[in-house]
Design a protein around this ligand. Sequence first.
Ligand code: ZN
Length: 450
Amino acid sequence: MKNKKISRRNFIKLGGLAGAGFVFVPFVSGCGGDDSANNGDTKPVNPGTGVKVGDVLSDWAEGYLDIHVINTGRGESTLYIFPDGTTMLVDAAGSLTDIGDADEDAGVPTTPPKPNASITSGQVVVDYVNHFAKAASNKLNYLMLSHFHPDHMGSYSTSVPMATSGDFRLTGITEVGAKVKFDKLIDRGYPNYNFPEDLTTSSYFSTAGHNMMKNYIKFVNWAVGNGSTAEQFEVGRNDQLTLKQNPSKYSNFQIRNIVSNGIVWTGTGTGVKNTFPDGSVVAAATYKNENVNSIGFQLKYGGFDYFAGGDLQYTNRSLYAWLDIEKPVAEVVTAVDVMKTNHHCTSNCNSDVLVAKLKPRVALVHSWREKHPYPATAKRFYDLNCDLFSTCVMEANKPLLASYMSKILSTQGHIVVRVAPGGLQYKIYVLDDSNQEYIIKSISGPYQSA
Ligand SMILES: [Zn+2]
């Protein structure tokens, strides 16, 4: 696959702290548009570079927390840059729909690949990370995978190239890991990959899934043999995902591991409880779906709170109560300012109970199908007066969303949540995804952390 290199004009002009957007910018309510307006004084305010519509987004700067929703059109990928410059990539889409790997909701149209079909989604993520991590640790401190589905880790196909340095194919997360230096990989299955059953052989996955897992495990073993480490995500802990550059300076930053493989934090210490039956029962269930095994965590930075939970869902909860994994999660999470909507904000996820507990002011939709976001799910956020930002809303979905569209402030682009030092306020930048220049399309906020 060809990597089309596009010039990044203005990149070298970008500033540090002043360019990050909070120093000169006045408090304004409302959303969208150019926030270079003055602050009510008669003297115009210099907004700096990289912080107004039409600019390339300024680099991350010390003290800020960046959450980048990278839109490839093929699934989810989020780059986090923590206040001390520690970096974490969660998931690396994507699904190769041209090989019929969009197994969920067959026949539902997919969003367009971004920036175009001539570049792999893995390479898009590589380029994005290389651009924005440079100002931070200049590598990935953590490479994490929420669960084992193609729209989060990359489809397997013999049509994609082999890595030059290892015995695995380059697709999604394996392409990113082969091309970007990373310290530690974390997923829900290392090292045995046997929940609910052996994922390389069991009926829990299709043959395509077995091949995807075999390729991924070869990649993990290659990485561990080449300087990286790997761990399984451990629910309950608040010291597995930590700051690596300057932790003592940011003692107000914490990530709590909430859920994985049906195991949920109890809300006390590092205690956990298992909400699923035995793995063999899960694997043999009439309805089974990898989504419910997703990793979820809650991030706190001063006054700012955020939740992400992969593709957690409650589909078929009337069949088996344990399939509503969002229910026990709702019992232990606390209110947040921003959340990644579960499972691309499609149907049967982001339940009333969970959304009422999280009470987000802003919700992020990593869209890649026509039904993302799904109207009935979008309504739950609309009713909360929550602003939704989606990486894409397809034309056919807009009339179905009807009045809910008034709360959807982005319908195409990368989405960046940039939290100011101390976590008291944040802005949402939407970036043009039609090329790889990272130009600001709209700015919302500042929002005040609750
Ligand atoms: Zn997904």
